[in-house]
Every structure is written in structure tokens, then in C-alpha cells.
Design a binder for this molecule. Structure first.
Ligand code: GDG
Length: 487
């Protein structure tokens, strides 16, 4: 158990804390925040008595650090304006679309950038305060790309890791960013910079060469650093891929429970026992290609290759970033598409698309995964896509077919899925039909091979491999950080 000591040998820094502050009337409570990062890092935190620095998800409030579930949590306050400019603005309306290959137009506003710098500095200061001498600090994601250099500036004794959960774009796109040099310089403050795909790490190394002319050979970068006496020395930085994963055992365990299996059967019945259930599960985000898969499904109904009596698409689109304009427009577009397809092809008692703009508990998601014959992951660009791995982990019966976009990081690993280009609607339709008509034997062979991959590369494997490289990269000889399995 963590104790309220002052400093820690292992510190995680992320935009959000693993818990959210929720206010009911005058009554405040801490609630575990949903999302993969908490599940990914919680075991490492618990094994290490670590500290976690992050925003508690509520604006204009200050909270004292506190102990929660084996970790010391350090809340970083944000004002309402900072949430609008640093988070919804620069993070979600500048960096997010830019890093996802400008699927949506990024907005560049100088005041958003200023807020980003100011807030990154606040996170860096908070982390510097709770880190032991020579501690390991692991900074997460695109909201905090300046933190590594800001931390190194104050605390050269630290070993600093950074993990980027979203893609890093090709230089031709990245170079649009007015603050492209500052961001790369911020990241280069880290000893190890992790990406989802080898291609992302390659794009980053090219940006480093183009913007600074530093040597970048393979995954090794040489960054010149000025010593206090004015001389220059080369600092070694590793930039490579560490594909993130999920708690595979947790998903398998849920999928094995009688309740979840009964619920999966009940879902099929409630949907009218169609022969084919296709499923999409995404945050409602324009990177996920939700409209593309609906278009393909609608055309298959129009062409008569599928019929509405025996096939159905269930789309869970969990609410996301609802105050950002592009997301409001996306929601309208998707809902218009659902309405049109249902209007054109539905029969009484047979909806073509069952659209759910809601969030569900994890056991319900696993029941849905078990109920779905075909899982559609058609992202236009995605760092990894955990849903693809969750589907595979849940299919303990070796049933189901995964249709997976080659533009999702998961495609590098899940090669036995039906890989598709979501922009190629004809190709996508063909893959959906291949999935529907696949023999049981081929389904099993493919699913077995997918399951082998995710079981051998679960989230514990991800964090252990990152921390292993980080420890080795440490010039100062960082303290040992225990793997969750060590306990
Ligand atoms: C970013 C990167 C990268 C969704 N709706 C519900 C629900 N979810 C869960 C899924 C999954 C998670 O949210 C979403 O993760 P993804 O990986 O699919 O996508 P992003 O949110 O965009 O995540 C991505 C990831 O970071 C990790 O590095 O893979 O590429 O974009 O776990 O299951 N969970 C529940 N109810 C829902 O309604 N319980």
C-alpha cells in the first residue's frame, strides 16, 4: 500500500487520474474512471507504491493528494478556460486530427498553444515534486508532449519515459504544426519514447532528423545536450514501438462466467435471433470509420447480398468529446445515416442498424462480443484499437470473425483477421461477405491464431517491456520497478 510519504520511485503522469471527481449535489465522490489506461497501469502502480499525477476531470477545483487503491494520487487543477483551450482545443482539435492524418481539419490557435504550454508546465512541476531522487517517471500521451523536456530541465536525475497512444504522422503532415519544433524538443526530453507501431517511431525519427538534423539510426537517436560548463555531450534516446494491449485474462474470465454467456444468448434473442449479427464498438469519433461501415452494410442490403430479416448491425457509439464542434457534427451525420438506412431497408420488427449512443459496463460489452458473429473495426486511423483485442480475448469459444482496418495499429499484430482498407467500400463489402460465409473451420483457425497473439502479448507484457527498456536506458541506474507479476 502506498503511504502518504513525500516522494516516490515510480511516477505516472497522464492527463486524467485513474479516478474522476463526481459531484452529486453538495456531495463529492471519487469514481474509477473508465478506459484502458487505468487497467493498463493499475497493476504496475500497485506493485510499485507509485504516484499518479493527473487531472481529476472537474474544472476549477483543487484537491489535496490522496491514497487510492495502492497508489498515491496527485490531482492537477485545470480552470474551465484551460479545459477549453488545452484539452478540448489544442489536444482534441489540433493534435488529435493532425496526428490522425488530418481526417478532420486541425485548428491552429495561438491561445490554445499557450494554454498547452502552461498546463504541461503545471503537470511537469507536480511530477517533479513527488519524484524521488533518480525516480522513474512515465508520461502518457499526446496531451503532455512537453512534459519530458520540462521535467528534465528541473530534474536531470530522473529517468523519463513517454508513451504516445495515438499515431505519429508522416513528416509531410506533421510539418503543418506551427509548433512542430517545440513538440519534438519536448518529447526528446525523454530517455525512451514509445509508440504503437514501428511506422510511428519511424515517422518520429524522420521528424527529428528534418527539424533538428540529429542522428537517428533505427530506434536510436543522439541528442546534443549542453553541460553546466558549456561543453556539449550526446544523450542517447530510444524511440521504438511497444504495442499496447489489454488485460486478456480479465476478459477471458468474464467471458467464461455463466451470467455473461446467458446474457449473450439473451442479446441474440432480444435482437430477434437473426442469423448474422455484425457489431461495432467505438467512442463516437471520426477516426473510427463508423460511417464507412454503415455505408458498406447499407449497400449490402441494397444489393440484396444481405437481407434485413436475417442480418443486423449493432453499433455501440459511446458518447465522446461532446463539446467539440467536429464531434457534434459527426454525431448528426452518423445519426442521419442510421435513420436513412433504417428508413430505407428496415421492416416492421426488423431494424437494419441497432444504434446505441450509450456506454455500457464491461460485462455487457463482453456479452455483446460473444453474441456477435462479425466484429467490424474499420478505423481510418487508430493508434492501436483495443476493441479489436477485446473481441479476440472474449472469444474463448474460438468463434466469430474479426474484420480489421489495416490503418489500426492492431493490424500489425492481428494478421489472421480479415484486413481491409475502409476507404475501399467494395473491398469492405466483400470482406464482410467473406466473414459471413466463412466455414467454421477457417473461423476457428483464424481466431485461434489471433488469440495466441493477444494472450502472449497482454497488457502486462506491454508495461513490462516498456519499463525494462526504460530501466536499461537510464544513465543514472534507475531503481528497480517491479513487474506486476513479481509480487
Ligand atoms: C486511444 C487510441 C489506443 C468504448 N465504449 C465503451 C467502452 N469502451 C472502451 C473499449 C476500449 C476503450 O474504450 C477504447 O479504446 P480504443 O483503443 O478502441 O480507442 P481510444 O479510446 O481511441 O484509445 C487507441 C488506445 O488509446 C490505447 O492506447 O488503442 O488507438 O485512440 O477499451 O472497450 N467500454 C465500456 N463501455 C462502453 O460503452 N465498458
Amino acid at each position: 500500500m502506498a503511504t502518504p510519504q513525500n516522494t516516490f520511485g515510480f511516477v505516472v503522469v497522464s492527463n486524467r487520474l485513474p479516478v474522476d471527481r463526481v459531484e452529486h449535489g453538495g456531495d463529492g465522490q471519487w469514481q474509477r474512471s473508465p478506459g484502458g489506461l487505468v487497467t493498463a497501469l493499475e497493476p504496475v502502480m500497485q506493485a510499485n507504491d507509485g504516484a499518479w499525477v493527473g487531472w481529476p476531470g472537474i474544472a476549477d477545483r483543487e484537491f489535496e493528494p490522496f491514497e487510492n487503491d495502492g497508489a498515491w494520487l496527485v490531482p492537477v487543477p485545470l480552470s474551465e478556460d484551460e479545459v477549453a483551450d488545452y484539452y478540448e482545443g489544442f489536444s482534441n482539435d489540433t493534435l488529435w486530427p493532425l496526428y490522425h492524418d488530418v481526417i478532420a481539419q486541425p485548428s491552429y490557435h495561438r491561445e490554445w498553444w499557450e494554454a498547452y504550454v502552461r498546463v504541461n508546465q503545471r503537470f511537469a512541476d507536480a511530477a517533479a515534486k513527488v519524484a524521488d531522487e533518480k525516480a522513474l517517471v512515465w508520461v502518457q500521451d499526446y496531451q503532455l508532449q512537453l512534459v519530458p523536456a520540462m521535467l528534465r530541465e528541473q530534474r536531470p536525475d530522473l529517468t523519463i519515459g513517454f508513451f504516445n497512444h495515438i499515431p505519429f504522422p508522416a513528416y509531410g503532415i506533421y510539418s503543418q504544426l506551427p509548433w512542430r519544433k517545440q513538440i519534438v524538443a519536448g518529447l526528446l526530453g525523454a530517455d525512451v519514447i514509445g509508440f504503437q507501431r514501428a511506422a510511428d517511431a519511424g515517422n518520429f525519427a524522420r521528424a527529428v532528423r528534418r527539424l533538428f538534423g540529429y542522428s537517428a539510426k533505427g530506434t536510436h537517436l543522439e541528442v546534443p545536450e549542453t553541460r553546466p560548463d558549456g561543453s556539449t555531450e550526446m544523450r542517447h534516446v530510444v524511440a521504438r514501438h511497444f504495442p499496447i494491449s489489454i488485460d486478456v485474462a480479465g476478459y477471458e474470465e468474464l467471458a467464461r462466467t455463466a451470467e455473461v454467456q446467458a446474457r449473450a444468448a439473451e442479446i441474440r434473442r432480444e435482437l430477434g435471433d437473426p442469423a448474422i449479427i455484425m457489431l461495432g464498438v467505438d467512442r463516437l469519433d471520426y477516426t473510427k470509420g463508423i460511417g464507412h461501415r454503415m455505408k458498406a452494410f447499407g449497400e449490402l442490403l441494397a444489393d440484396g447480398r444481405l437481407d434485413v430479416e436475417s442480418s443486423m448491425l449493432v453499433q455501440v457509439a459511446s458518447p465522446s468529446r461532446e463539446r467539440v464542434e467536429t464531434y457534434k457534427t459527426l454525431r448528426d451525420e452518423i445519426e442521419l445515416t442510421v435513420g436513412r438506412i433504417n428508413g430505407d431497408y428496415g421492416h416492421i420488427g426488423h431494424q437494419a442498424i441497432n444504434y446505441l449512443h450509450q456506454s455500457y459496463p464491461r460485462d455487457e460489452m463482453v456479452a455483446l462480443f460473444l453474441a456477435a458473429d462479425v466484429m467490424l473495426v474499420t478505423a481510418l486511423r487508430d493508434g492501436m484499437n483495443l476493441v479489436a483485442k477485446e473481441y479476440v480475448a472474449s472469444r474463448i469459444d474460438e468463434g466469430g470473425v474479426l474484420v480489421l482496418s489495416e490503418f489500426a495499429g492492431a493490424a500489425d499484430e492481428l494478421k489472421s483477421a480479415l484486413l481491409i482498407n475502409p476507404h475501399d467500400i467494395e473491398g469492405l463489402k466483400d470482406a464482410m461477405m467473406t466473414a459471413v460465409s466463412m466455414t467454421k473451420k477457417e473461423r476457428q483457425t483464424r481466431m485461434r491464431s489471433l488469440r495466441k497473439r493477444v494472450r502472449e502479448h497482454d497488457v502486462e507484457f506491454w508495461s513490462a517491456s516498456f519499463l525494462d527498456v526504460l530501466r536499461k536506458a537510464s544513465p543514472a541506474g534507475a531503481p528497480d520497478v517491479a513487474d506486476p507479476g513479481d509480487a
